[in-house]
Design a protein around this ligand. Structure first.
Ligand SMILES: Nc1ncnc2c1ncn2[C@@H]1O[C@H](COP(=O)(O)OP(=O)(O)OP(=O)(O)O)[C@@H](O)[C@H]1O
Length: 616
């Protein structure tokens, strides 16, 4: 919802009231797409459950009047034939029973369809959310507001859209009931109808106003709610609990969690108290009108204007009419929350997706390799982190990036893999700008493992298979990749080999050491058979020295006709690269081979000697 419309809602309770329908049409559309038949079923049941109570009340009147007539006839007749007298009334009783049965059937039908639709709709919305997530760019993911929307959208995906539709239908059902009661009531007196409406109107207006306030309150507090969710995650997830325990953070974080709740609760309590107090006071008006109408109907009956049956009917109509009104009010206040959810869901789903690359599957100069031409880059809303980078890497060449933490090495790889676009300059692969490459074709050319690779809670083989979805289940390819990544030895020792479940999330899962995980990730990169650009971003930090030396021997061997890029803080691993770039605060300050850089006696030489001294 835009702030303009929320402001107008706060000024005008009526606009606030109509605001509750803002997303009803879209929610209905969603339900319709999920199942045409069940949506129609819902409508039919709503209609039946809406109209029949009034019919039941009317038949009830006929029964009472029929009984009174039959009693009189029975008394008057000298030789009454009981069966003849009671048969019409019994038919009416049977009809009433049938109507009540139909109402029960409609209500059961509503419940059954709602429960099935809830499951289907939850799945549908979740799939929509996840499909959209797959199309978002990395920078969109890093936008906290969008991420917030995504998390909130997922949290209540299975309940909210249907809840909104149910409430809309419920409202419709009550409106139909009210209209049909109105038809009956107006025959008694149009004033009686007016009395019913007048009694309910104040509480209706107040409910619309407070629901609008609730809507704005929920929206306003969303960042705090997100912090609460984050703390829940940190306190209850296996990957963070180790540190939480060792640093004794439970108390601290729990306190913060409580404080946020207390702050939020204060606002909510105030609103609830105001809402319920006004609701009660204005609701008294409704009760007052009911008893006024009650008295009126009684007087008219005693005066003989109404039959006993009509009196029963009108009292029932009045009572049920008020119940329908109060159910409508409850629905309206709930609908605000559902609207909030749906506004959030649609804002997320309608997020524009960045144009995803071009159509090239081959460059204009095949074999030219990779070129950065005057590339600069700043993260969205941030300072520049790369400045005027020029480099060329031909097929078969190896490149190493060296630099302090935060100097921009990983960022350079993110640009190369087109997770971000340069803010200035361009990156060419085989003579063509990366932007013009078809995403699929580009990704096939690159095998990369980042420092923060993913530890999939899947089987060992699948952990490798994700490296190339075309060979996801290919056991031979798993084994080959594992050999290259030096993971084959320890996999062979595992109880179920490539079928061993990894991680602790699922039953029987086996946890690996940091170095073993790295070997899995490395093997994953080797799954990309067609990749001729191999990027390893600190791939061996957790490995032992022997494993590391072996890994690089294999990496060089495997990458002989490929372009390889290596990021490492260990000089022993970068020294053999044909080209070493020293990056400092986003700029290339030195470049050359290991020997050239030592001879130049600059930053590289200093750092190299520093590290070498540590080993002596
Ligand atoms: N997603 C991001 N959004 C905004 N700024 C970022 C993001 N990722 C990194 N940065 C910033 O960009 C700069 C370069 O980070 P980068 O990760 O490229 O460094 P690095 O050289 O790979 O460091 P390290 O050796 O620690 O891995 C840092 O100042 C960092 O704060």
């Amino acid at each position: 919802m835009t702030s303009a419309s929320s402001n107008s809602a706060s000024r005008n309770p009526l606009a606030g009231f109509f605001g509750v329908f803002r997303y009803s049409r879209r929610a209905l559309g969603l339900v319709w797409e999920t199942s045409h038949w069940m949506t129609l079923g819902l409508m039919l049941c709503t209609l039946v459950a809406g109209v029949l109570p009034a019919v039941a009340a009317w038949v009830g009147q006929l029964i009472v009047d029929g009984v009174v007539d039959a009693m009189e006839a029975h008394r008057a007749a000298s030789d009454p034939e009981l069966l003849v007298l009671i048969t019409p009334v019994l038919w009416l009783v049977a009809l009433e029973g049938l109507i009540i049965g139909l109402i029960a059937m409609a209500q059961r039908g509503l419940a059954a369809q709602q429960s099935l639709l809830r499951a289907l709709l939850g799945q549908k919305v979740n799939v929509m959310i996840l499909e959209k997530a797959g199309r978002l760019s990395l920078s969109q993911f890093e936008d906290s507001e969008l991420y917030d929307k995504l998390t909130r959208a997922r949290r209540e995906a299975s309940t909210r859209p249907l809840a909104l539709v149910n409430k809309t239908f419920g409202l419709l059902q009550n409106a139909i009931s009210l209209a049909s009661f109105g038809v009956l009531l107006v025959q008694f007196s149009p004033w009686a109808l007016l009395l019913l409406v007048a009694g309910a109107l104040p509480v209706f207006v107040s409910e619309a106003k407070f629901s609008g306030d609730a809507f704005r309150l929920f929206r306003w507090r969303s960042p705090q709610t997100r912090m609460q969710m984050y703390l829940e995650t940190v306190l209850a997830r296996e990957d963070s609990i180790k540190e939480v325990k060792l640093f004794g953070l439970e108390g601290l974080f729990l306190q913060r969690y409580r404080d946020i709740f207390t702050r939020l609760f204060r606002e909510e309590r105030l609103l609830t108290l105001r809402r319920e107090t006004w609701g009660f006071l204005l609701g008294l008006l409704g009760t007052l009108t009911f008893y006024a109408a009650y008295g009126w109907v009684v007087v008219e009956t005693i005066a003989g204007t109404l039959t006993l049956g009509e009196m029963t009917m009108y009292l029932m109509v009045f009572k049920q009419g008020q119940a329908a009104l109060s159910a409508s009010l409850t629905a309206i206040s709930g609908m605000y929350e559902d609207n909030l959810y749906l506004s959030n869901l649609y804002e997320y789903l309608e997020q524009p997706v960045e144009d995803d690359g071009g159509t090239l599957t081959q460059g204009t100069h095949p074999g030219d390799g990779l070129r950065f031409e005057g590339v600069s880059f700043a993260y969205p809303g941030g300072e520049p982190v790369l400045h005027d980078i020029d480099l060329h890497l031909a097929p078969g060449q190896s490149l190493a990036l060296v630099g302090e933490n935060g100097s921009g090495k990983t960022t350079l790889i993110k640009l190369l893999t087109r997770l971000y676009h340069p803010t200035q300059g361009r990156i060419l692969l085989d003579g063509s700008d990366l932007r013009d490459w078809q995403t699929e074709a580009l990704r096939e050319r690159i095998g990369v493992i980042f420092q923060d690779f993913v530890r999939y809670q899947l089987q060992v083989g699948e952990n490798l298979g994700v490296g190339d979805t075309h060979a996801f289940d290919d056991q031979d390819r798993w084994q080959e990749a594992a050999r290259h990544g030096m993971a084959d030895d320890f996999i062979a020792r595992m109880t179920s080999g490539y079928q061993t479940q990894l991680g602790r999330w699922f039953k029987g899962g086996q946890e690996l050491s940091g170095g073993q995980w790295q070997k899995i990730a490395l093997s994953r990169a080797y799954m990309r058979e067609k990749a001729d650009i191999l990027v390893l971003d600190e791939p061996t930090a957790a490995m032992d020295a022997a494993a590391e030396a072996e890994i690089f021997a294999r990496f060089r061997e495997h990458g002989r006709d490929k372009m390889t890029i290596l990021i490492s803080h260990r000089f022993s691993t970068v020294r053999s690269a044909e080209q070493i770039l020293v990056i400092d605060r986003g700029e290339i300050i030195e470049r050359g081979t290991h020997d050239q850089l030592l001879a130049a006696d600059g930053r590289y030489a200093t750092l190299f000697r520093l590290q070498a001294k540590g080993y002596r």
